[in-house]
Design a protein around this ligand. Structure first.
Ligand SMILES: [Ca+2]
Ligand SMILES: [Ca+2]
Length: 183
């Protein structure tokens, strides 16, 4: 009998604890940072430095790419903006990846840096790139474009060339962090 009473007490206690946990379990919503991408081409061509300033004037920066998903989101932005065209393919689109120490002695993807800190870095190079070619500049090709002659894959190119560009602009958005449980 004593055992049974103790067992009953234990079950009741567990039920109460469960109910407290259940009742106080809530979905937590917060304002997160989302990103809007804007594509520029045609009459908006710019050098890499110029494009960097133009993105800053919009409250953002030249697009930084952390995952394949982000890469695809940017490609979709270009398509949605009607810039999947021969003219824009020819000019390409600057993004926020560059060589901070241009010397023309060759660089690898690992020695390039993004204009904005990220937890991850995603690079998808066209074949034989980056080559840091020096044909038109002894300091090499120290800025990176999405090269649509190669499906948007990346290519390093001469920073002084005028190209289209992709800006990344932070926006506030409401999102769910997770469901938290506390007693
Ligand atoms: Ca270089
Ligand atoms: Ca190149």
């Amino acid at each position: 009998m004593v055992f049974s009473t103790s067992l009953n007490m234990m079950i009741v206690t567990l039920l109460i604890l469960f109910e407290i946990a259940y009742v106080s379990s809530t979905a937590s919503y917060t304002h997160c940072t989302c990103y809007e991408y804007q594509a520029f081409c045609k009459n908006r061509l710019s050098t890499w430095d110029g494009a960097k300033l133009l993105c800053k004037s919009l409250g953002g920066w030249l697009a930084t790419i952390d995952t394949e998903s982000t890469f695809q989101q940017i490609i979709q932005t270009i398509n949605d903006a009607g810039m999947n065209t021969t003219a824009c393919h020819k000019s390409g689109f600057w993004i926020g990846l560059y060589d901070p120490t241009p010397t023309g002695t060759g660089h690898t993807g690992d020695s390039l840096v993004w204009v904005h800190d990220m937890c991850e870095s995603y690079q998808k190079w066209a074949s034989n790139q980056p080559d840091d070619a020096t044909g038109k500049n002894p300091l090499g090709q120290n800025c990176v474009q999405l090269w649509f002659r190669n499906n948007g894959d990346m290519d390093d190119y001469y920073c002084f060339k005028k190209k289209g560009y992709i800006c990344q602009i932070p926006r506030s958005c409401t999102c769910t962090i997770n469901s938290v449980t506390s007693s």
